[in-house]
Ligand binder design. Structure first.
Ligand code: GMT
Length: 373
C-alpha cells in the first residue's frame, strides 16, 4: 500500500508512535510518505520505502499567523496525486483531521477518492480538542474521518463523552519495538549516574502541567530520605525552570540530573530501577510502556488509560492522581525488596510483550485494507 502519514514531528508520544508505525510498515514493504513540517525525530535513518515531504509555510507581512493548515492540506493534495497514495493516516486530530478532510475534498473534485484515518492520541480530545474554540471543527472532522482509532479504551470512552461522534471508534493500542527497548547492561553509564550503587528513578516527559513533574520530585524526596537514590529527568518543556528551582529549594540538586531531550532513550531506560509517571491524565503512557519493555516497573497515577498499561501489583503500582505519599510508599517498598522488584520487572516485561509491535501493526494493516477495498 501507499500510505501518507501526518503527525507532529516532535518528541511527543503521538509523533513517536506515528513515526514508529511508518517505519514498521515500510519494513513490511509498504511505501510510506511522511507529510510533516520537519523531519520526525525518530525518522533518523534512510529507508528505501520511506519518503519525507516537508510542509513549507510561506510567510507574508500580512500574516500574524501563517496559514499552516492551508499549506498542510495543499501538500497532502500534492502527495496524494503525485505519489498515488491509497490512504492518509493522520495522528492527533488538531488540525490534522480537518486538513485531511480538506485535501480529500480537493482531490475528489479531480476524480480521486482517498480515505483518511484519524488516530486520537489524548490531549487532542481531553485538553485542547474540548476547548470551544476548536470543538466544532474537531467534532466535524472526526465524524468525517473514514475510520477513527483511539490508543486506549479510556480515550475511546472520553471521546464519546466529550463529542457527539456518530461512528464507531476502534481501539488500537500503542506498541513498542522490543528489539530496540530491551534491557542491556550498561555498567559505565550506570556508574556515571549512580557512582555509589544508588537506585535510579526515571521520569521522561515534555514537562507540561499535565505530567505533574513536581509530584515526581516529591516522590523522589521521600525515596531519597529512605535510601541513596538518584533521579533522572529526561525531556524538556515549560515546567522545567520551575522544577529546577524546586530541586534547589528542596536541596536535592546533587541527586537530581536533568538530561534534556534524548534520542537514545533505550539506554536511559536500561539503567533505571523505577519509572515514575504521576500524570493528571494519560490516554496511554507510551513512555511507561517503553520503560516496561526495558524491564523497568512503573509507579504511576491511575488516570485515563494508565491502568490499561500499568497493572497495579504486577507491572508496578498505580495510585490516585496527587497521592504522592502512596506512590512514594510503593516505590520504597519495591526498591527495598529485591524479590519484589524482580517480580515486578518480570511482570513489566510480560505486559510490554502484549503490546509488541508485531501484534499491533497487523491491526492497522487490516483497517487500511478494509478502507481501500
Ligand atoms: O503526553 C503528551 O503530552 C504528548 C501527547 C502527544 O500527543 O504527543 O501524548 C499523548 O499521546 C501518546 C501516544 O499515543 C500517549 O501515550 C500519551 O499518553 C498521550 N498524552 C496524554 O494523553 C496526556
Amino acid at each position: 500500500m501507499r500510505i501518507g502519514i501526518v503527525c507532529y514531528p516532535t518528541y511527543g508520544g503521538s509523533g513517536v508512535l506515528a513515526t514508529e508505525l511508518g517505519k514498521a510498515l515500510a519494513d513490511k514493504g509498504h511505501m510510506v510518505h511522511f507529510i510533516t513540517y520537519q523531519q520526525p525525530v525518530r525518522l533518523n535513518a534512510f529507508h528505501a520505502n520511506i519518503y519525507y515531504h516537508e510542509v513549507q509555510v510561506p510567510t507574508y507581512p500580512l500574516f500574524d499567523f501563517p496559514p499552516y493548515e492551508s499549506a498542510l492540506s495543499s501538500t497532502m493534495v500534492d502527495v496524494i496525486l503525485n505519489q498515488q497514495l491509497d490512504l492518509l493516516h493522520v495522528h492527533y486530530a488538531i488540525p490534522h483531521a480537518s486538513t485531511a478532510y480538506m485535501a480529500q475534498q480537493i482531490v475528489a473534485k479531480q476524480g480521486r477518492q482517498i480515505p483518511f484515518i484519524t488516530t486520537l492520541h489524548g490531549t487532542d480530545i481531553t485538553l485542547v480538542g474540548k476547548d470551544k474554540t476548536y470543538a466544532p471543527v474537531v467534532t466535524f472532522s472526526i465524524n468525517e474521518s473514514n475510520a477513527i482509532t483511539a490508543v486506549s479504551n479510556n480515550l475511546r470512552e472520553e471521546t464519546f463523552k466529550s463529542f457527539p461522534i456518530d461512528k464507531d471508534i476502534e481501539v488500537i493500542y500503542n506498541f513498542v519495538d522490543t528489539a530496540r527497548f530491551k534491557r542491556r547492561e550498561l555498567p559505565h553509564f550506570r556508574q556515571a549516574i549512580a557512582p555509589n550503587g544508588e537506585k535510579i528513578l526515571l521520569h521522561v516527559s515534555n514537562f507540561r502541567k499535565v505530567k505533574r513533574v513536581p509530584d515526581v520530585v516529591k516522590i523522589f524526596k521521600q525515596v531519597r530520605e529512605k535510601m541513596p537514590a538518584k533521579l533522572l529527568l529526561v525531556g524538556d518543556g515549560p515546567d522545567r525552570p520551575m522544577i529546577e528551582c524546586m530541586c534547589r529549594e528542596m536541596n536535592l540538586c546533587d541527586d537530581v540530573r536533568f538530561v534534556g531531550k534524548q534520542e537514545q532513550l533505550e539506554d536511559v531506560m536500561s539503567i533505571a530501577d523505577l519509572f515514575i509517571l504521576p500524570s493528571d491524565y494519560e490516554s496511554f503512557g507510551l513512555a511507561a510502556l517503553e520503560a516496561m519493555a526495558s524491564e523497568v516497573p512503573v509507579i504511576s497515577s491511575n488516570a485515563g488509560g494508565l491502568p490499561e498499561v500499568n497493572i497495579h501489583g504486577q507491572t508496578g503500582y498505580t495510585a490516585a492522581v496527587g497521592d504522592v505519599d502512596r506512590m512514594a510508599a510503593h516505590a520504597i517498598e519495591a526498591l527495598q525488596n529485591e524479590d519484589l522488584l524482580t517480580r515486578l520487572r518480570k511482570g513489566a516485561l510480560e505486559q510490554a510483550l502484549r503490546f509488541h509491535i508485531d501484534n499491533i501493526i497487523p491491526q492497522y494493516e487490516k483497517l487500511y485494507e478494509k478502507l481501500i477495498s
